[in-house]
Write a protein that binds this ligand. Structure first.
Ligand code: HPA
Ligand code: ZN
Length: 326
């Protein structure tokens, strides 16, 4: 089993239906509009977000978040992951009654517990939610910049890509960049190649969440390869949301062949019936990646991770050396 690393997973989206049902019972909420027969109920991106918001609202205190984080990271480590970056959302925490600081400390507690058990290294990427508007995204960036938590090392933006103009969010990203945080932004998933081009031009991220619809424009693919912008690809999520109609049509292999730095990620695993392990298996099955290729994907992820040099060096040292091709 190849060692793995994950750069793109939404913490609230990692809660399994059974756990969400337990949380619903704990808080006296009826989960049946959103969970049936042990599965989340959604049919398109809008109803997926509604289901996600429902589940997120059932994590309300420090203990809920520490357990969720510990549970996800422990299972990820059992699947061979040595590194994980989790997207956090202070807006979701606040809606559920928890301050961004208490929320962040609780997630850090979960990370510490999982690391003690399994050795998995983890960091947080604070995200703003695009469709909550520019003000909220800037508030998330200000929190990320001032919290100075050692495990908060990045800032990103998730949510509805088709909402608003990318240019309007530049200030939020400048606040985060100024504070020394790594920058990633969702683009090119539900919106077309133009959204990736806008993100690169205005936000200048080190990484792009998804970015796969860049494939619609060969000049843009070349630009991504030349700039070395890393794509956080989530093929299982893309198929579940019908961004591409089959794995045969997914551009992962083509982007990789074109010299783009690509990584494998689970996004919101139980919603899309996936896991990081499953994404590595899909890549082997559908994109022809060998064991050596998969290790090089993990290496790309660690090279692009938002961590200090010593941590990166230590993580890279855990990967097997790439055998020389003859
Ligand atoms: N895409 C965009 N925004 C999100 C997602 C996603 O998969 N999950 C949670 N917020
Ligand atoms: Zn995502």
């Amino acid at each position: 089993m190849p060692l793995k690393a994950e750069l793109h997973c939404h913490l609230e989206g990692a809660a399994a239906p059974e756990l969400v049902i337990r949380q619903a019972q704990k808080y006296g909420v009826d989960p049946s509009p959103f969970i049936q027969d042990g599965a989340f109920i959604w049919s398109d991106f809008t109803s997926f977000l509604a289901c996600y918001d429902f589940a997120a609202d059932l994590f309300r205190n420090e203990d809920d978040y520490a357990r969720l984080t510990d549970h996800y990271l422990t299972s990820l480590a059992r699947d061979g992951a040595i590194y994980s970056e989790l997207f956090t959302s202070p807006d979701h925490a606040q809606k559920a009654g928890l301050s961004p600081r208490a929320y962040t400390d609780a997630i850090a507690e979960g990370m510490t517990r999982a690391k003690a058990k399994t050795g998995i290294e983890a960091r947080m990427i604070v995200t703003g939610v695009r469709h909550f508007g520019v003000e909220r995204v800037e508030a998330a960036a200000r929190f990320a910049a001032r919290c100075k938590h050692p495990l908060v090392t990045g800032f990103g933006m998730a949510g509805e890509e088709r909402f608003g103009d990318t240019e309007d969010y530049v200030r939020a990203f400048e606040i985060a960049r100024e504070a020394g945080l790594g920058i990633t932004v969702h683009a090119g998933e539900l919106a077309g190649w133009e959204s990736v081009s806008d993100a690169i031009e205005h936000i200048r991220p080190a990484r792009i969440g998804h970015g796969v619809r860049a494939i619609e424009n060969p000049d843009l693919v070349k630009k991504i390869a030349d700039l070395g912008v890393v794509l956080e690809c989530c093929p299982g999520s893309n198929i579940a949301l019908n961004v591409f109609s089959s794995f045969a049509e997914h551009p992962f292999a083509e982007l990789r062949r074109a010299g783009c730095k690509v990584t494998l990620n689970s996004d919101d695993p139980p919603y899309f019936s996936t896991s990081l392990k499953h994404e590595y298996e899909l890549a082997s099955q559908h994109f022809g990646l060998t064991e050596t290729d998969l290790i090089s994907i993990t290496r790309t992820a660690i090279e692009a991770a938002f961590v200090d040099r010593a941590t990166r060096t230590a993580l890279l040292a855990r990967l097997p050396a790439i055998p020389r091709s003859r």
